[in-house]
Design a protein. Structure first.
Ligand SMILES: [Zn+2]
Length: 315
């Protein structure tokens, strides 16, 4: 096998920015493949300004084998910028860098949680970029998280190349869930509109702004046994709340897992059988905590009630 990548380019009638939307850099994180399919059905180049490069599956090798990695177990998202004659991961990273990123001013890269885990739909951005923050808020997910970038990641490379990146995390590996898909379709169309690439009044208002966070914490299992998840993704939790409870197989020896912060659960494990040290929950510490529960509900309503997104209709 050799490194190649299938893309579809929507080249608008009028001039405008060039952006990319990519999915399945981790081959088993396939939610973005469905999001891209639905976004493409909504667009027509004759009504667009600028260009969108769609890459529904960046890591086709992992996609086919239901695996996060390349066949040699390398992680594509730690292989950027890559080289022409390196490992398969390095070659794919190089193709993505030179053929796609170098031509764009913005990228939207879509991931999901790992297998047996779920992530509340969220946008992650590099910290300290007010214009990018505006776009992330316009995307309209439940939560926007600003954080430092991982070396070797697509986002780190993109920043060096002067390309802004929105990273979407949503749902579970190897699964499609409607809320994650709708959040993605809605958000991408909204960003395109904000950039002046599509002009439609039919997207509706964004509604309340997403919750914002700059710090997240992982909660790990304090013992092996059976875990009862009390606060799954999307739950609002207070500092000191019991968010999960672990016991032995008879229900004895219960140990409570408590939230160390006021925040929103942005990811959780779906596996009830746990080992000591397993990551159970991921919580974002949020600002303006008091109104967060109500806002999450409103955001969810706005995303799921947008009838336009149910139709196979060009906007
Ligand atoms: Zn990923």
């Amino acid at each position: 096998m050799q490194a190649n990548m299938e893309v579809r380019v929507f080249h608008g009638k009028r001039t405008g920015p060039t952006i990319f939307v990519s999915a399945a850099i981790h081959g088993d994180e396939i939610i973005g493949t469905e999001i891209i399919r639905r976004v493409m059905k909504k667009l027509h180049p004759g009504r667009m300004s600028g260009t969108v490069i769609f890459v529904p599956v960046v890591n086709m090798f992992g996609f086919i084998t239901h695996s996060r990695y390349l066949p040699d177990r390398r992680d594509l998202n730690r292989s950027f910028p890559g080289t022409e004659k390196g490992s398969l991961a390095s070659q794919l990273a190089n193709i993505f860098s030179t053929e796609i990123i170098d031509h764009c001013s913005l990228g939207i890269d879509i991931h999901s949680a790992a297998q047996h885990r779920y992530n509340l739909p969220q946008i992650r951005i590099a910290s300290g970029n007010p214009e990018l923050r505006e776009l992330a808020l316009e995307f309209g997910p439940p939560v926007v998280i600003e954080a430092e970038l991982r070396p070797g990641s697509l986002r780190a490379l993109a920043r060096e190349a002067g390309v802004d990146m929105l990273l979407m995390e949503a749902g579970e590996a190897l699964r499609f869930d409607e809320f994650s898909v709708l959040t993605g379709v809605n958000g991408i169309l909204r960003v395109l509109k904000k950039l002046g690439m599509i002009d439609t009044k039919r997207l509706g208002k964004r509604g309340v702004p997403p919750a914002q966070a700059t710090r997240t914490v992982w909660l790990r299992s304090t013992r092996g046994g059976i875990c009862r998840m009390i606060s799954p993704s999307g739950s609002k939790v207070h500092k000191g709340d019991m968010v999960a409870c672990i016991s032995d197989i008879f229900g004895d020896g219960e140990e409570a897992i408590l939230s160390p912060v006021d925040g929103i659960v942005i990811g959780h494990s779906n596996l009830p059988v746990v080992n000591q040290g397993d990551a159970l929950l991921h919580i974002a510490e949020v600002r303006i905590f008091d109104t967060v529960g109500e806002r999450l509900e409103k955001i969810e309503d706005a995303i799921t009630s947008n009838q336009l997104l149910d139709e196979d209709e060009v906007i």
